[in-house]
Write a protein that binds this ligand. Structure first.
Ligand code: RIB
Length: 292
């Protein structure tokens, strides 16, 4: 089956309103259509890896509402192991999302149970899963939990991948526990404090321990290797909805790595899956064979 992947992170119910143009402040507009679906950056990354055939586990915290059971069923349908999901007596995470006619989005995440995830339980889960090769995280759960889980993983020779989304300033000690850092262009600017340019990517990369990939949407991605930028192009496609494309990239990248593909081959696979996802509406429902 390949190496074991453990994704720690958020699960949300995404609530999409498709609009022609985003409303201005104080303006009411009539939307085109509405749909709900399974989302959350952690869940999306795990589901993409599961669809591709990874041996993948999710550590996430769900609430006490009707969303929780359907979220667990959806993970199972997408071949994600749900044994280590935590529960809290609050509502599950939700994300109202607006998508305009260009496929661009605006997202509000209301974390609910995602804020209640317990670090000690997460570490115990990783111990019980045994022989985990990759731990993957993002920033929609409390960073204190990511710190503890990544520090444990690093000490135990588990490779760590961190997608700093939503963007935030990361502390240096945490960055020392990250093997692969994968921001998008906006997140790069937030975490580095620098404008996006090849020179600034190289400058930031020289100051951190981790490998660095910057995703660039329809422009593809940059990988820093041997103090040089390697460019990867994305195919030109008709965009319906960009929501979850970054998560498709991370899930497909870790899948490739877990199957012993070289990083460059894993990035090509990640771009292919992200580019495919933007051509369909929704988050996990846009990940080709997802059964949402
Ligand atoms: O990256 C897309 C995701 O961001 C959505 O699924 C939404 O839930 C938010 O977490």
């Amino acid at each position: 089956m390949g190496k074991k992947i453990c994704v720690i992170g958020s699960s949300n119910i995404d609530q999409f309103s498709y609009v022609n143009k985003f409303p201005k402040e104080g303006e009411t507009i009539i939307g085109e259509s509405f749909k709900t679906g399974f989302g959350g950056k952690g869940a999306n990354q795990a589901v993409m890896a599961g669809i591709l055939g990874s041996d993948v586990y999710i550590i996430s915290c769900l609430g006490n509402d009707i969303f929780a059971e359907s979220t667990i069923d959806n993970f199972k349908k997408n071949k994600v192991n749900t044994e280590y999901i935590q529960r809290a007596d609050v509502s599950s995470g939700v994300a109202p999302i607006w998508v305009d006619s260009r496929g661009e989005n605006k997202i509000v995440v209301v974390p609910g149970a995602n804020s209640e995830i317990n670090a000690e339980e997460a570490i115990n889960s990783i111990k019980k899963i045994k022989n985990v090769s990759y731990v993957v995280g993002q920033a929609e759960i409390p960073m204190k939990v990511n710190y503890e889980v990544f520090e444990y993983s690093k000490r135990n020779n588990i490779l760590t991948i961190f997608n700093p989304a939503p963007g935030m300033i990361l502390d240096d000690k945490f960055l020392d526990s990250v093997d692969w850092l994968i921001p998008n262009e906006n997140e790069f600017e937030i975490i580095s404090g620098l404008k996006l340019s090849k020179e600034n990517i190289l400058e930031f990369s020289s100051k951190i321990y981790s490998n660095l990939i910057v995703t660039l949407g329809k422009q593809g991605a940059f990988l820093v290797e041997d103090n040089k930028i390697i460019e990867f192009e994305a195919p030109s496609v008709k965009v319906a909805d960009t929501t979850g494309a970054g998560d498709a990239f991370v899930g497909a990248f870790v899948h490739g790595m877990s199957k012993n593909l070289a990083p460059k081959e894993s990035i090509k696979l990640a771009i292919e899956k992200a580019s495919s996802s933007v051509q369909r509406k929704g988050t996990q429902s846009s990940y080709s064979s997802s059964s949402e």
